[in-house]
Ligand binder design. Structure first.
Ligand code: ADE
Length: 355
């Protein structure tokens, strides 16, 4: 197994060039304007598997609703899930909520200050603990996510990613070697900035398909200049789903008929969505067609207007909900998307990221 290192001179130059670039070109993101460990924790959990653009909208709303760890710990789960609605992977919201309760009850409201201590909290693994510990507390522990990995594979010229911790792949790097290299490179004077700069470089310049090498601050030390066969994406599964839109007006209020997922469901338990028309052959033209990805599956969803709730089989987990109450309800991402597209749910405030 290849075990690359940088000479100390090359490492020093890499750090200096990367940080100088980050100082000028970093994106202006709200979690970069705070030193509050709670706010940084929230941002890092939201950023797991989620694009920055999607996080921006939710982050501002979340921080308004739960400005402190105590506010989050005291909130009912329904409100926490409602604030997360649309971000997907709802386990993250539950972990944050549970983590906040633990920190308030057992740590006097203070987050642990080291990566090792942070990993004791639910939902925080190696990558997230390194990000929070370095950004909020200045611990020199290197973050390795997919973006950082790509930067390092290209820098070293060890263009493939080896499998597992010990399987030897000629010319490839395994996870341990990549982590070791990131640890060698990290800037001890500015570990949080270094980690964010590495992630930023991968996200904005060292792109998977068309890297922007002419804009790269560390192109001088790059062995490949952007060559790096990234693993081909597994083709996802495509499935069809039909859902019902049923509306009424009662006592002057517009209402929509929704269904709550079982509390024991493995995916999105307890969240609200439009009733499914499972197995139904549609005789009616859908009022909306859209695509929605949930994990590895892309759903082709047709929304059909149904005149009356009595047209559906009886089920105890369905209920009329006033449109004015929708924003406080934990909706699934798909439910939220449909209600937004149909203009039944108000769009969350725009441009909150500049607060
Ligand atoms: N991805 C996850 N956390 C990040 C951060 N703090 N900066 C840039 N990209 C990130």
């Amino acid at each position: 197994m290849t075990k690359p290192t940088f000479s100390s001179g090359r490492a020093e130059e890499f750090r200096a060039n990367l940080l100088a670039w980050f100082d000028v070109y970093q994106r202006d993101l709200p979690w970069r304007r705070t030193c509050d460990p709670y706010a940084i924790w929230v941002s890092e959990i939201m950023l797991q598997q989620t694009r920055v653009a999607a996080v921006l909208e939710h982050y501002a709303i979340w921080m308004r609703r739960f400005p402190t760890i105590e506010a989050l710990a005291a909130a009912p789960e329904e409100q926490v899930l409602a604030a997360w609605s649309g971000l997907g992977y709802y386990r993250r919201a539950r972990f944050l909520h549970r983590g906040a309760k633990t920190v308030v009850a057992d740590y006097a409201g203070q987050l642990p200050r080291t990566a090792a201590g942070l990993r004791e909290l639910p939902g925080i693994g190696a990558y997230t603990s390194a990000a929070i510990a370095s950004i909020a507390f200045g611990e020199a522990v290197a973050v390795v996510d997919g973006n950082v990995e790509r930067v390092l594979l290209r820098q070293t010229g060890c263009c493939e990613r080896g499998v597992g911790g010990s399987t030897a792949v000629r010319g490839a790097l395994n996870g341990n070697a990549i982590q070791g290299l990131a640890t060698q490179l990290i800037a001890h004077a500015r570990p949080g900035d270094f980690n964010q700069a590495m992630m930023e470089l991968g996200a904005t310049v060292c792109l998977p398909k068309k890297p922007l090498c002419l804009q790269c601050p560390v192109a001088g030390s790059c062995r490949t200049r952007g060559e790096h066969p990234t693993a081909a994406r597994q083709p996802g599964v495509v499935a069809d789903a039909n859902v019902a839109l049923i509306q009424r007006k009662k006592n002057g209020k517009d209402e929509v008929f929704l269904e709550q997922r079982p509390s024991a469901a493995s995916v999105m338990p307890g969240m609200w969505e439009l009733p499914r028309l499972d197995g139904a052959t549609l005789s009616q033209k859908p009022i909306l067609n859209l695509r929605h990805a949930i994990m590895q599956t892309t759903f082709r969803v047709s929304v059909v207007e149904v005149r009356s709730a009595s047209a559906l089989p009886k089920a105890a987990n369905r209920q009329w909900i006033a449109l004015s109450d929708l924003s406080g309800l934990p909706l699934t991402g798909l439910g939220r998307k449909i209600l937004l597209r149909l203009g039944l749910l108000a769009r969350p405030e725009q441009n909150l990221q500049r607060e």
